[in-house]
Write a protein that binds this ligand. Structure first.
Ligand code: DCP
Ligand code: MG
Ligand code: MN
Length: 335
């Protein structure tokens, strides 16, 4: 979201790549899927070039760069500008489309519909639009939910939940997954996996999750629950939380009560290995692991790895082994 990238542009073509990637974001907003793909492929090619690509001719000779894109590359290098990008950005209502599509729980189709209905500001949405519960939170907490969470705060939030959890049931284990487990400096949200020794059914952990949410809500750590469209059978809880001032990992004068997105996921111990793989990601890494499983006539899900004579959910390392993939530490799973 918000045009975040895996890697900052670098190398001899960094300037060109930066503008092409900005155009990718504009094409995503306009739903120009085909252009999104062709620009991304061109960027990947440019990243691999050891020298600066200056002319359309040079560019067109490279793989995955067509004639018109090659022309744009020459324009960017020779003028420092990308006219088509400037034009798109000057379109009236472009700004509104950008703001709306950055709202938590709002996709580009909804953003576009609102723009077509004549809405231009968050205030327009507050007063005129029909908002779902999630969208209401997204609008009310627009800035909070767009702010990345520093690693130290993810840890502090996780530690707080762990303290409360231990008071309910000391044998329950909580693991922070997602981008935090991959070692990210900042995260978009907090993904907490909850498991317990000796459990084999999700149901066994439901009362614990209920209790945890109840207490954390009562003490106003959890500020709202959010509806989810991809929850299967009450094993997940989505919502927002706020770090208590006492737990703030910096000078207290810098403390602001910022709403953060938090996800809880209960996992029986028999599935924790597969769940850890899934909820550590990233999504591209997951996709390639699932693809590999299918190639080997197996099926990998967040519950386990299954196939003829194969049924492994508990052990993360064993799943790698059975798939024949060399073990990768979580911080090596960015793709
Ligand atoms: N995931 C996935 N496919 C999706 C969504 C999620 O495989 N479409 C998996 C991989 C993610 C994990 O779930 O790493 C957690 O999802 P998040 O959306 O929280 O993503 P991250 O934690 O990786 O990044 P962020 O820092 O933005 O939260
Ligand atoms: Mg996350
Ligand atoms: Mn998440």
């Amino acid at each position: 979201r918000g045009g975040t990238r895996d890697r900052k542009p670098s190398g001899p073509n960094a300037g060109t790549i930066k503008l092409l990637e900005e155009m990718v974001d504009e094409h995503i907003l306009s739903d120009e899927t085909w252009r999104v793909h062709s620009y991304r492929k061109a960027v990947a090619t440019l990243r691999r070039q050891p020298k600066e690509i200056k002319t359309a001719k040079e560019a067109a000779a490279l793989p995955n760069i067509g004639k018109s894109l090659a022309g744009h590359i020459e324009e960017i290098v020779s003028t420092g500008h990308f006219r088509k990008l400037d034009e798109i950005r000057r379109e009236p209502s472009r700004e509104a489309l950008k703001i709306f599509s950055n709202i938590y729980g709002v996709g580009t189709p909804t953003a576009r519909r609102w723009v077509e209905l004549g809405y231009r500001t968050l205030d327009d949405l507050r007063t005129k639009a029909k908002l779902s519960v999630n969208q209401q939170v997204g609008v009310d907490r627009y800035d909070d939910l767009l702010t990345r969470i520093p690693r130290a705060e993810v840890k502090a939030l996780g530690d707080h939940v762990k303290d409360v959890a231990a008071a309910i049931d000391s044998s329950v284990e909580l693991i922070i997954g997602g981008s935090y487990r991959r070692g990210a400096d900042t995260s978009g949200d907090i993904d907490l996996l909850i498991t317990k020794d000796g459990t084999s059914e999700t149901q066994e952990l439901v009362p614990f999750l209920d209790k945890l949410v109840e207490i954390l809500t009562k003490e106003e750590f959890l500020t709202t629950a959010l509806a989810s469209h991809r929850s299967d059978g009450g094993n997940k809880w989505h919502g927002c939380c706020v770090l208590p001032k006492a737990a703030f990992p910096g000078p207290k004068k810098d403390y602001r009560p910022i709403w953060r997105r938090i996800d809880f996921l209960i996992v029986p111990q028999t599935q924790i290995g597969a769940a850890l793989i899934y909820f550590t990601g990233n999504d591209l890494f997951n996709r390639s692991m699932r693809l590999l499983a299918r190639k080997k006539k197996m099926k990998l899900s967040h519950r386990g790895l299954y196939g003829p004579g194969v049924d492994e959910g508990k052990d993360e390392r064993k799943i790698f082994e059975i798939l024949g993939v060399q073990w990768r530490e979580p911080h090596e799973r960015w793709c």
